[in-house]
Design a binder for this molecule. Structure first.
Ligand code: SF4
Length: 363
């Protein structure tokens, strides 16, 4: 029986952050109860089909469900996908995390927590529409650890209005002082469906060059503090890579349950629409075949180790196509990527224009 990564989507937030395009809505406690029933029923419908060796409960804001509903969901997960998950992560908000009983969640399998810090600068947090403070993050981290969970990841954002190298340095040092194992540092992207998109001209965002400087600074600073980069936006102490997210970049199989959740099983991609109602009705959208050579190249080049020819051959049972290798070798003259006998990998500057490099290799 094949082993998969399991993703569970919790589509609720107390308020919508103006830059966020993830699918989430506001909900009262009755709606949270109803959703918990819907999703546990759906999880139960997969009983015994696939064992999961990683589980990721994301959102939205899973922590607003509270301990009892989360335990109901974890109970269904354990009953249907087994209890052999090596890594079971929950995303939490620094405020609602304070209400959770992490010791109980740990008993139900949670062994990793990902928390959205974004910045340690109060003004930057305000500009992002975030309501938490650094003290909330410190308090929650302490609570998570007291509950027996040592594996903590913090999210940072790069390219916030008025962000400077100095304010970013302080945010990174804040994470390091908290001694977390993993840091994700995402460049703010203005997505079309968000309030930020409508007001982008008034936001006084750093220009592209300034964002590149912030990114390059972050990579260096994080490295100096013991956080090695392993993917475009992800950094960790030795051995603390996110096993679940690595599945996406290695084109391994995963099942997503919840509105807006995507899956990749048996070379097919499929997903649920961004609608709780359609999810309740069990409407699944087929997104065609996946895991082809082009997709594999695009996903693995997000990783620091890049695309390894030996792993490619293992995955496809055929050597890496010479046509792509020649294009990569040609592009390597730009010094944005390295192409040697082991494979192809992007460097820091290359990560900043990964889309054009990948397009250059593929077309
Ligand atoms: S950024 Fe996080 S907390 Fe804010 S709306 Fe998006 S999912 Fe919710």
């Amino acid at each position: 029986m094949k082993t998969i990564g399991l993703y569970i989507h919790i589509p609720f937030c107390t308020a919508k952050c103006p830059y966020c395009d993830f699918y989430s809505v506001k909900a009262d406690s009755e709606a949270l109860d109803r959703y918990t029933c819907i999703i546990t029923d759906r999880i139960n419908s997969y009983k015994g089909k696939y064992p999961a060796d990683t589980v990721y409960i994301g959102g939205g804001t899973p922590s607003i469900l509270g301990t009892k509903r989360l335990c109901d969901i974890l109970n269904a997960v354990n009953g249907s996908f087994g209890t052999n998950s090596l890594e079971t992560t929950i995303e939490v908000n620094p405020c609602s995390a304070q209400q959770l009983d992490f010791s109980l969640l740990h008993d139900f399998g949670i062994n990793r927590v990902s928390m959205g810090l974004q910045s340690s600068d109060p003004q930057e947090l305000r500009l992002l529409g975030r309501r938490h403070t650094c003290e909330d993050v410190m308090y929650s981290a302490e609570k998570i650890r007291k509950g027996g969970i040592d594996n903590i990841s913090l999210d940072l954002m790069l390219g916030i209005s008025h962000q400077t190298i100095d304010s970013l340095r302080k945010s990174i040092e804040f994470c390091s002082d908290l001694d977390v194992n993993h840091i994700s540092a995402y460049i703010l992207k203005i997505e079309e469906r968000t309030p930020y998109f409508k007001t982008a001209d008034t936001l006084d965002l750093p220009d592209d060059d300034a964002v590149c400087d912030l990114y390059e600074f972050a990579v260096e600073k994080l490295k100096s503090l013991g956080y090695d980069q392993y993917e475009i936006s992800n950094f960790c102490k030795n051995g603390f890579e996110s096993r679940h997210n690595l599945k996406y970049w290695h084109c391994e199989e995963y099942l997503g349950i919840g509105p807006a959740a995507h899956s990749f099983i048996d070379k097919r991609r499929f997903y649920y629409n961004r609608s709780i109602e359609e999810f309740k009705q069990g409407i699944i959208i087929d997104d065609g075949t996946g895991g082809d050579i082009e997709e594999y190249i695009a996903m693995t080049l997000r990783l620091n180790e890049g695309l390894k020819y030996s792993k490619f051959e293992e995955y496809f049972g055929t050597p890496f196509p010479i046509m792509y290798r020649k294009k990569a070798e040609q592009l390597a003259k730009t010094k944005l990527l390295i192409c040697d006998d082991n494979g192809i990998r992007l460097n820091t500057k290359g990560f900043l224009c990964s889309n054009s490099i990948i397009t250059g290799i593929l077309y």
